[in-house]
Design a protein around this ligand. Structure first.
Ligand SMILES: O=C(O)C1=C[C@@H](OP(=O)(O)O)[C@@H](O)[C@H](O)C1
Ligand SMILES: C=C(OP(=O)(O)O)C(=O)O
Length: 423
């Protein structure tokens, strides 16, 4: 499907965004290996999270879905062997986290996914899981399809070469099956939803600085989880309401966990007007309403420990940078090359087609803020974050912008275009 977007004169309204993708995946997976029932409210009905539900069902977990309510009948740590090859679709989180659970099972499981998943590196989880005792056979040692042969696992100390919540969470899930404690050291803190959820389910986790230690042998007990709104989905409205003139938008009930709020810090540092109200804690996670008003932005430098706190928001930050005064430099973001698309390359090439002065670098991009884009036909590369970022760019472009293969927003935000049209 192609979609057309036109320049907007203003954006005004109060909205909410769908449930957080990271928390939705984790609630189903951790609920599946817990004891008793886990009830999830405001689950994200995006294709990625549906892939997680389908995989867990194939592993013998009874899961009921009614609207955005999910009831998971936990099986405890040990699942049933799947009759089928598990298909994770487009979801990196599903395959990598699931590998951690499968490493400790008493059977083997083969996992595969779409063309994008088959290009994404799995060696980053194969290495630590193998150190724990798992046996994993992957195409070229690094790619799906791959088979995880469950085994008896041992606790390890692992210093992660990259800040990745998926790698960390995969090891943490495997640590539940180990004979001793496991410690993971991160170069920078990445999103900590697994740590917070382990604690609420009754597992023992200790965090000191960038070290996380997990202990096996604690019973996980099913919980009631209300999933807060996804700040990665809110990011498109935060940027759009900042750059489209005469705008004021409030987004209710958004997860504002510090490991996820890099987008708010960046927009504020650029000069944006973003205010959090009604702050509270739900299931160990911070939640707030976010109000954004149009502002004049200036270019800044973004890198280091900020990167894992806004990794999925970088394509839309590039759009904000086009409408800022001066130069924005994004560095230390090589991880973008191994997402659903090579996001450094895809966002750069498409914004260039719209007239942006944006340049690809080895580990990020440089954007000269020109304050101007022109409509053109652009490609999503079947990457939901690229499609949504180009939509925001289209709201500010002169003339009409046509986004090709725009239906990929279903991965994380099926009602994305509809919600924007309401403002
Ligand atoms: O753990 C998670 O839920 C996620 C972690 C991030 O990936 P990495 O761990 O590869 O950085 C992020 O890009 C992805 O959208 C979701
Ligand atoms: C990178 C993403 O997800 P995943 O790694 O789960 O495919 C994303 O949602 O931007």
């Amino acid at each position: 499907m192609d979609i057309e977007v036109k320049k907007k004169r203003f954006l005004k309204g109060i909205i909410s965004v769908p449930g957080d993708k990271s928390i939705s995946h984790r609630a189903v997976m951790i609920g599946s290996i817990a004891e008793g029932i886990t009830e999830i409210e405001n689950f994200l009905l995006g294709e990625d999270c549906i892939s997680t539900i389908n995989c867990m069902k194939n592993l013998g977990v009874d899961i009921e879905l009614k609207g955005t309510n999910v009831k998971v009948h936990g099986k405890g740590l040990y699942l049933n062997k799947s009759e089928k090859i598990l298909d994770v679709g487009n979801s990196g989180t599903t395959i990598r986290l699931l590998m951690g659970i499968l490493a400790g099972q008493k059977f083997e499981t083969t996992l595969t996914g779409d063309d994008s998943i088959k290009r994404r590196p799995m060696g980053r989880v194969i290495t630590p899981l193998s150190m724990m005792g798992a046996k994993i056979e992957a195409r070229e040692g690094n790619f799906a399809p791959l088979t995880v042969f469950g085994n008896k696992l041992k606790g390890i100390y692992y210093k992660m070469p990259i800040a990745s919540a998926q790698v960390k969470s995969s090891i943490m899930l495997a640590s539940l099956y180990a004979d001793d404690k496991t410690t993971i050291e991160e170069p920078y803190p990445s999103r900590n939803h697994t740590e917070l959820m382990f604690s609420s389910f009754g597992a023992k986790v200790e965090v000191t600085g960038t070290k996380i230690t997990c202990y096996p042998g604690y019973k996980l007990q099913g919980q009631k989880i209300v999933v807060p709104g996804d700040i990665s989905s809110a990011a498109y409205f935060i940027v759009a309401a900042t750059i489209v003139p005469n705008s004021e938008v409030t987004i209710q009930d958004v997860n504002v966990n510090h490991t996820r709020t890099g987008i708010i810090d960046v927009i504020k540092e650029m000069g944006g007007n973003v205010v959090l109200t009604n702050e509270r804690v739900v299931n160990n996670e911070k939640v707030a309403d976010i109000t954004i008003k149009t502002s004049r932005l200036k270019g800044i430098e973004i890198g280091g420990s900020l990167i894992p706190r806004l990794i999925d928001e970088i394509p839309v930050i590039a759009v904000a940078a086009v409408f800022s005064e001066g130069k924005t430099v994004i560095k230390d973001a090589e991880e973008l090359k191994v997402k659903e698309s090579n996001r450094i390359n895809t966002i750069t090439s498409e914004l260039k087609k719209m007239g942006a002065k944006i340049f690809e670098t080895e580990d990020g991009m440089i954007i000269e803020g020109t304050g101007f884009l022109k409509g053109n036909t652009v490609e999503s590369y079947n990457d939901h974050r690229i499609a949504m970022s180009l939509w925001v760019a289209g709201l500010m472009a002169e003339g009409e912008t046509k986004i090709k293969n725009a239906e990929c927003v279903n991965i994380s935000y099926p009602d994305f275009y509809k919600t924007f049209d309401m403002l």
